[in-house]
Ligand binder design. Structure first.
Ligand code: FAD
Length: 456
């Protein structure tokens, strides 16, 4: 049995995105880190799943990658996305920029490649990675963790000081902690699921549609999105309700999917030659928000990333938030030898942040699928741009606060609500910005919005 001997030894469960990043941050600061991962080493056998699945990387995530020395390697394969390319039902398209210029963009990164880079950087920093070790049970009294090897069913035990659960939304560590204490866990299902499809490169080997954008086909209760990959493909995600029409109940096979695309996503259809195959062979993913009131068990275990606060993907912040968790937890552990105190401080700092981004991710679903092509919304958005230019120290679009800055999510959420109320109030009864009373606008902005905090 493995027994920890080092005063700064820690055991991580899961070598996914957060686990590999946290391992690097701690190992680089002289910690002895053991990471247990249920799957095999993707550096040897290729990333499981085979399909290209990508994620939007934003400033919070990039900041964490910089601290881990991983940003350069990750950015070498990232594709810039300047804004949302909205595809209307009649075939028109409109690029809605995310930020002011190319300094305010997001990046599409390949999940598999990102994981490979982070694992290599973690190992290079001195972390010990143990693959084919799926956590199966924990004896918190004796501080023993049990793992199963998925190849032969063999059982392995280790003794630990503290466990960190970076084992994702279905966390086995969370399940074990729940047996020892009430974590106040609840899961709210969105009632919508998703399916991934692929746009291959064009016949000349290039991108089939504008590469530097996140494409959206908003259709009210449902939508499609597509993110570019550096191999010139796009990963398309179709989001549909679980019930109603259309839904995953009525769109059951490839032929149904083709009919739906012919009607609602006609310009996307010729781009997805394997639509029927992809629809029938790729699994449908459920979407849910996981809330916990408690993330740690004194000094023995703590959860982070999706294991602590899985969210719906509509703000593209789950990974970014998980990376921010890693930075915060590493800072607490480095600052305080008392682990229980470090875990408690981490939870106190990050739980309100997680709740805020979870709420914003849910709100963004409505915005993406329903509002990006609606007139009131477009006028409010035009005013938002105008106010951000006139009062850069006081007014910043919520999307920018979340995506291009690192102020706590809860600050972005609260300011965003105040700004939204102001935009609705100021545009009420107007169809154009030039009919607004700008003296009143000026007075209300100064009265209601204090100067913005800066990233430290
Ligand atoms: P994971 O990445 O899930 O890693 C968990 C790891 O733990 C895995 O390696 C797993 O094999 C391992 N594991 C599981 N069980 C055990 C066990 N019992 N023992 C040992 N190891 C175990 N986020 C963004 O920031 N931007 C996006 O654009 C974005 N898009 C998304 C799109 C979709 C459709 C979805 C579903 C999510 C999206 N996310 C996005 C969210 C993002 O994927 C997650 O927030 C992120 O992967 C969380 O990282 P994690 O390390 O906590 O968990």
């Amino acid at each position: 049995m493995n027994t920890p001997t080092h005063p700064k030894h820690i055991t991580l469960i899961g070598a996914g995105l957060a686990g590999a990043l946290l391992a690097t941050l701690l190992a680089r600061r002289g910690w002895q880190v053991d990471v247990y991962e249920k799957r095999g080493d993707p550096r040897l056998q290729g990333y499981q799943g085979g399909r290209s699945i990508n994620l939007a990387l934003a400033e919070r995530g990039r900041h964490a990658l910089r601290l881990a020395g991983a940003d350069e390697a990750v950015m070498a394969q990232a594709v810039m996305m300047r804004g949302r390319m909205v595809h209307f039902l009649d075939g028109r398209t409109d690029l809605q920029r995310y930020g002011r210029d190319d300094s305010e963009v997001i990046w599409s990164v390949h999940r598999g490649e990102l994981n490979l880079i982070l694992l290599q950087i973690a190992e290079d920093a001195g972390a010990r990675l143990h693959f084919h070790r799926g956590l199966s049970a924990v004896d918190f009294d004796r501080r023993i963790a049990r793992f199963v090897d998925d190849r032969d069913g063999g059982s392995h035990e280790i003794v630990f000081d503290s466990l960190v659960g970076a084992d994702g939304a279905g966390s086995a560590l969370r399940a074990s902690m729940k047996q020892a204490a009430d974590l106040g866990e609840r899961t709210e299902f969105l009632g919508h699921s998703y399916k991934e499809l692929e746009i291959p490169p064009s016949p000349d080997g290039g991108f089939s549609i504008e590469p530097n954008a996140l494409h959206i086909w908003p259709r009210g209760r449902y939508m499609c999105i597509a993110l570019p990959n550096d191999e010139r493909t796009f990963t398309v995600t179709l989001f549909l309700p679980n019930e109603g029409d259309p839904s995953f109940q009525t769109i059951r096979n490839g032929a149904d999917a083709r009919a739906l695309f012919e009607r609602d996503f006609a310009d996307a259809l010729p781009l997805i030659p394997n639509l029927e195959h992809d629809f029938e062979h790729n699994p449908a993913g459920l979407l849910a928000t996981l809330y916990l009131d408690r993330w740690h068990l004194d000094d023995r275990a703590v959860l982070l990333g999706d294991a602590a606060h899985a969210m719906v993907p509509f703000h593209g912040q789950g990974m970014n938030c998980a990376f921010e968790d890693c930075v915060a937890l590493a800072e607490r552990l480095l600052a305080d030898d008392d682990r229980a105190a470090a875990f408690a401080a981490f939870q106190a700092q990050r739980l309100p942040s997680a709740r805020a981004i979870q709420a914003m991710a849910l709100e963004n679903y409505l915005e993406m699928r329903d509002r990006v092509d609606n007139d009131d919304y477009l006028l409010q958005r035009a005013l938002e741009h105008e106010l951000a230019q006139r009062y850069p120290e006081r007014f910043m679009p919520r999307y920018a606060m979340v995506t291009f800055h690192r102020m706590p999510y809860e600050v972005a959420y609260e300011r965003g609500q105040r700004q939204r109320e102001l935009l609705v109030e100021l545009t009420a009864g107007h169809e154009r910005l030039d009919t607004l009373d700008w003296d009143r606008v000026d007075a209300l902005v100064r009265e209601r919005l204090s100067p913005l905090p800066t990233d430290e």
